[in-house]
Design a protein around this ligand. Structure first.
Ligand SMILES: Cc1ncc(COP(=O)(O)O)c(C=O)c1O
Length: 398
């Protein structure tokens, strides 16, 4: 009998009961705006920021409306201006070059390796073309951060990290987002904590943090933050920093606080599922799993495999055959973007360089979400389906 998977690749777990209870409290008192507090009250948003700063070991943290907003705010805070060039990944998701475009700057795309991380040799050759790198840990793959920081420090390039897929991950013992000047995170439904929309910035530098707080729309209410610099720092920047509103609100913060407390447990559950999938897929003819370095403590909330040097119609065949058995794979290499875009030549508002080695990798990437609603048995079933369909198509080509 042909096995079929019947679960949903877009169904996340429910919000924890303590998050629902805290959200109901906020709804009942009605003070949803982060600066709307009763006498002596600390807002859910301010508490969330304090807890997030402690979680990632940052001096300052700011909660905002989305991951994309966190990145554009970070770019503004470090001083990126219209016409500037910003280094970034050729393989990432559209909001990353979009954040660069939103401040009127131009992305300079850096290639991707077979490890699905930024090509550090390519970065080295391009490092003199910009003063800022917006580094995306796309799909949770973390490059050699020691070498990356050495390259950027030598070239005087400031690093902003896009940690949309690495909240809870580490490189060695350093939390993702804590190598560069600013770490940006997302709390959108498909990420590691879920408030529908939302984001964070983690920052150590007082002036950068004050700028980010002002930019996010604090008016002159910055003293209501619990993870922001002292008022004297704001005195230096408060008249020259525009308000570009993108605040977090107390309802979403209430939902997020219990999820942050559970993050470590959830990371363990994601990685249990990832390992079952990886074990089931390793050794499939024609398919490579992405081997991960020992220094990388990742969060397996999605999995990627490579069908390197396959003909496009054969990759399409694999995707269709898996879909017919209930397994939703995304082909990141498709020439024409489907529901998402993840390759540099889809973002034609910037110059698209010739990156043949990256094209080869991009054309082979298959991606799959791993929601925590999947059981380990279901992950094993999914791996068997992919293995069978890849093998069947691979044999038909040879
Ligand atoms: C790699 C990457 N970076 C940034 C973002 C932006 O996050 P948000 O949707 O919260 O704006 C996403 C969203 O999917 C993403 O996949």
């Amino acid at each position: 009998m042909t096995e079929r998977f019947t679960g949903s690749f877009t169904q996340q777990e429910p919000i924890p009961e303590d998050g629902i209870a805290a959200a109901l409290d906020v709804l009942r008192h009605g003070r949803l705006h982060r600066y709307n507090v009763a006498e002596g009250e600390l807002s859910e948003t301010a508490l969330l920021e304090q807890e997030f700063a402690a979680l990632v070991g940052a001096r300052y943290a700011l909660a905002v409306a989305s991951g994309g907003y966190a990145m554009s705010t970070a770019l503004r805070a470090v001083g990126v201006k219209p016409g500037d060039r910003v280094l970034s990944n050729a393989f990432t998701l559209a909001p990353v070059p979009g954040a660069i475009a939103s401040v009127g700057a131009q992305p300079v795309y850096v290639g991707v390796t077979e490890a699905l991380t930024i090509d550090l040799d390519d970065l080295e050759t391009k490092a003199d073309q910009a003063q800022v790198l917006l580094l995306s840990h796309m799909r949770g793959h973390i490059c050699d951060m020691d070498r990356l920081m050495a390259i950027c420090n030598a070239a005087g390039v400031r690093v902003i990290e896009d940690c949309a897929h690495t909240m809870g991950a580490h490189w060695r013992d350093v939390p993702s987002g804590r190598h560069g000047a600013i770490g940006c995170y997302s709390c959108q439904t498909y990420k590691h904590v879920n408030s529908g929309e939302g984001g964070f910035l983690a920052i150590d530098d007082a002036e950068l943090a004050a700028r980010a707080v002002m930019l996010s729309g604090s008016y002159m209410l910055f003293e209501r933050h619990l993870a922001a610099p002292d008022p004297e720092v704001f005195d230096r920047i408060k008249y020259e920093t525009p308000n570009i509103s993108g605040r977090m609100d107390n309802l979403r913060a209430a939902i997020l606080r219990p999820q942050l407390r559970a993050l470590d447990t959830q990371v363990g559950r994601w990685n249990d599922r990832y390992r079952v999938l990886e074990d089931g897929l390793r050794g499939t003819p024609g398919l490579s799993v992405i081997e991960r370095p020992a220094q990388e403590h990742y969060v397996g909330s999605s999995i990627q495999v490579l069908l390197l040097d396959w003909m496009a119609d054969k990759v399409r065949d694999v995707v269709a055959r898996c879909a017919a058995r209930g397994v939703e794979l995304k082909w990141f290499g498709a020439r024409e973007p489907v529901a998402f875009t993840s390759r540099y030549d889809s973002w034609r508002y910037a110059d698209t360089p010739s990156l043949p080695q990256s094209d080869r990798v991009l054309e082979g990437i298959l991606d799959m979400r791993v929601p925590l609603t999947f059981s380990l048995e279901e992950c094993a079933l999914i791996a068997r389906i992919i293995r069978a369909e890849v093998s069947a198509v691979f044999q038909s080509q040879t």
